[in-house]
Design a protein around this ligand. Sequence first.
Ligand code: NAP
Length: 253
Amino acid sequence: MAAGEGRAVLVTGGSRGIGRAIAHAFAERGDRVAVHWGSSADLARRVRDELPGAGHVLVQADMSDAQAVGEMVDRAAWDLGGLDVLVNNAGIFTAHPPLSTSYEDWQAAWSRTLAVNLVGAANATFRAVPHLIAAGGGAVVNVTSRGAFRGEPNNPAYGASKAGLNAFAQSMALALAPQGISVSAVAPGFVQTEMAREVLDGPGGDAVRAQSPFGRVARPEEVASAVVWLASPEARFSSGTIVDVNGASYLRS
Ligand SMILES: NC(=O)c1ccc[n+]([C@@H]2O[C@H](COP(=O)([O-])OP(=O)(O)OC[C@H]3O[C@@H](n4cnc5c(N)ncnc54)[C@H](OP(=O)(O)O)[C@@H]3O)[C@@H](O)[C@H]2O)c1
């Protein structure tokens, strides 16, 4: 696998937002992309059709359905003729403020959030590993969040799911290095997508933008460029790292 050779890349949640930008970024450098979707069939088809290059495919699965995720990963590898890169990007952000949520809704939010954001990514990775080994090595990049470090007071399950995904990346980096597979994470702050629209367009939007000294939130393309770098052979030795894309809105060392 060398830069520019054209790799096989599976992007979960490729139907819109950051996943769409990631699919574009890989396709623009000559890679073949499996655009995964959950419920946005039309949007996913549009992304597949607008990607530059050839050989892009569509795959579907609810990320909370372990059986469907396994079959989806195998299907992507089959349709692409192998698999070199998995990007675990699909995710949900459901509010469940601890002081005003019923116990029933609290449980539902925790179950669903962890099932999609964390267990879904773990299952996709597990099923991608044999394909990555067959390809002679590769990369797994997880899209996590600044919220894993900074806290998510209205979405604690989300923050926990992303902290878990960071820890999962680090464990898998150790486990898979002997196979020539790097595993890493990109942790964005707020990004201009549908997921963040309610916050960014609401009364607190300006305050969120002011969290960064740049006075704005990230563009999806800025997250995509970090993902593409982490998936590159040149970044193999950076396995286990977590790259912040938050406009210096939250600094850690
Ligand atoms: N936007 C932000 O401010 C921000 C900040 C930090 C991190 N992130 C992370 O970045 C990633 C992408 O976020 P985004 O902003 O692009 O969100 P988005 O616009 O809401 O898109 C979410 C994507 O995830 C997919 N998805 C959600 N639930 C799914 C499920 N159960 N099964 C299968 N696919 C599912 C959606 O597919 P369908 O529509 O086809 O179901 C969609 O493609 C997420 O992991 C998110 O946590 C976002």
